[in-house]
Design a protein around this ligand. Structure first.
Ligand SMILES: Cc1cc2nc3c(=O)[nH]c(=O)nc-3n(C[C@H](O)[C@H](O)[C@H](O)COP(=O)(O)OP(=O)(O)OC[C@H]3O[C@@H](n4cnc5c(N)ncnc54)[C@H](O)[C@@H]3O)c2cc1C
Length: 447
């Protein structure tokens, strides 16, 4: 099983954890052996999947990291469901489903995440009519090792417990097996527009949020927005998988490299003109090439082909008031640039996420939301930008994600989740009275 005490870096290198022990169990007995031996495996004990979160949610400083990577098998393809071990990677499972003409009931984008984290963390999937906002809502059964080292199976016969487990971030137990709903694969038809900001603000106000699927790429300094509309692909141009993959590679790999290179140009006016022009041209070019084409959700959940230097942070806002938020965000970016001299060198992404009340700490529990996701190559000024951005979002009533919002403070978390966080905290204390699984990050957030 292994036991070392080396520091660990998260996927993009922005977070370092210094556990006293690190283990990679191959079966559930080995997980129990860790949980029940506090001397050899000190607290906090934290399950880790791909360690791709951008907060310290999985960190185990002075404690024990349980790397779930060896427990990565697909155990069963059932009628409308799949049973997997928690360490399997989402994109690998998606690929196997695709071979059988199946897909997840809700599909996030390209990533490196593990099934364990997808089942018990905030994993957002672009809205599709009739679908829930988080992949965890389709986890209909989970098997876990509790903080006391006991085995527990939770399924639809215990709906409140299941609701608590989804979005529990490894604080209630180490999940080792998950049953997730799947469905026959379908193709999406994509349509792209590049529009002035004001037109998009009007469009957002008039939308029926429960009947559409769309993502935005916002260029705050050009006051332009690229809009990706998605619908069922019933007829029209066939699959353009290769163009789709090329687009992913260019936007996630090449665009950030070029952004970094251009950021070295010493003259501000030239530098930003080129960065804005390049970002807009790449998005428009691929948008045109893909418009009307079909793409399956399996094509979309590929292993993240992107640049590890790209950083992003996420807040969400109620869809009904998002037009106003987006307008203020553009002003915020411009004001921040004027006062601090910093602006992100990549477009800001926004995604419509469906309402989802299937977990206690869901980000869209009271209706559809839009994400607001500034991205950059973490150039100088990014960390200060994040501080101001968090203040801005909190002031406007945004909701953070415990695995994806960088630099979150306890007050911001409390303001956003209020009674639900207190409720979760009380239930957690009952399940784990000796804080076997509680790390410093959640101790501060839940205090
Ligand atoms: C390139 C990239 C693309 C991304 N794309 C998306 C996206 O499309 N949609 C989206 O929502 N997010 C996305 N994210 C964010 C990221 O995937 C999520 O933060 C996800 O939760 C991380 O998964 P992980 O396996 O790396 O979890 P980790 O970072 O290892 O852990 C996250 C949390 O889950 C807990 N956990 C992990 N495994 C278990 C287990 N077996 N039992 C109990 N608890 C467990 C950990 O303790 C921790 O609290 C992306 C991130 C990157 C870097």
């Amino acid at each position: 099983m292994g036991r070392q005490a080396k520091s660990m870096r998260n996927w993009d290198g922005s977070i370092t954890s210094r556990p006293a022990a690190r283990v990679s169990p191959a079966n559930v007995s080995e997980i129990i052996a860790v949980i029940t031996n506090i001397k050899k495996y000190p607290s906090p004990v934290r399950a880790v999947g791909a360690f791709s979160s951008s907060t310290r949610c999985a960190a185990a400083d002075g404690g024990t990291v349980v790397d779930m990577g060896k427990m990565n098998r697909i155990l069963e393809y059932g009628e409308g469901y799949i049973r997997v071990q928690a360490g399997a990677r989402l994109y690998e499972v998606a690929r196997e489903l695709q071979k059988r003409g199946l897909e997840f009931a809700a599909s996030p984008g390209p990533s490196v995440m593990s099934m364990g984290s997808a089942a018990c963390g905030a994993t957002l999937a672009p809205a599709m009519p009739g679908q829930s906002g988080q992949l965890s809502s389709y986890a209909v059964a989970m098997k876990l090792v509790t903080p006391a080292g006991e085995l527990l199976e939770v399924d639809n016969s215990k709906p409140e417990l299941l609701r608590l487990l989804r979005c529990s971030y490894g604080l209630l137990g180490l999940v080792y097996e998950i049953t997730l709903l799947v469905r026959p694969q379908r193709a999406l038809k994509l349509r792209f527009d590049q529009l002035p900001l004001n037109t998009v603000l009007q469009l957002l106000t008039a939308l029926d949020y429960n009947a559409v699927s769309l993502g935005l790429q916002v260029f705050p300094f050009r006051k332009r927005v690229a809009v990706e509309h998605r619908g069922e692909h019933t007829a029209g141009r066939g699959s353009r998988r290769l163009v789709w993959r090329l687009q992913r590679w260019v936007l996630q790999q090449l665009q950030p490299h070029l952004g970094e290179l251009l950021a070295r140009i010493p003259v501000n006016a030239v530098r930003y003109r080129l960065i804005d022009g390049l970002n807009q041209a790449l998005n428009t070019g691929f948008g045109k090439a893909l418009s009307g084409a079909g793409v399956t959700t399996g094509d979309r959940i590929v292993r993240w082909p992107g640049n590890k230097r790209v950083r992003q942070t996420v807040w969400v806002f109620p869809a009904v008031s998002f037009a106003g938020v987006l307008n203020e965000y553009v002003d915020f970016c411009r004001t921040h640039f004027e006062s601090c001299g910093y602006r992100c060198n990549l477009p800001t992404a926004c995604e419509l996420i469906a309402a989802d009340n299937e977990s206690l700490l869901s980000v869209s529990s009271d209706g559809p939301v839009f994400t607001l996701e500034p991205r950059s190559t973490a150039d100088e000024g990014w960390n200060d930008f994040l501080v101001d951005f968090n203040d801005f979002c909190s002031r406007l009533g945004g909701r953070p994600l415990f695995n994806q919002t960088r630099g979150l403070s306890r007050d911001q978390a409390r303001r956003a989740y209020a009674g639900r966080l207190a409720n979760f905290s009380n239930l957690r204390k009952k399940v784990d009275p000796h804080d076997r699984l509680l790390n410093a990050f959640f101790d501060q957030i839940l205090a």
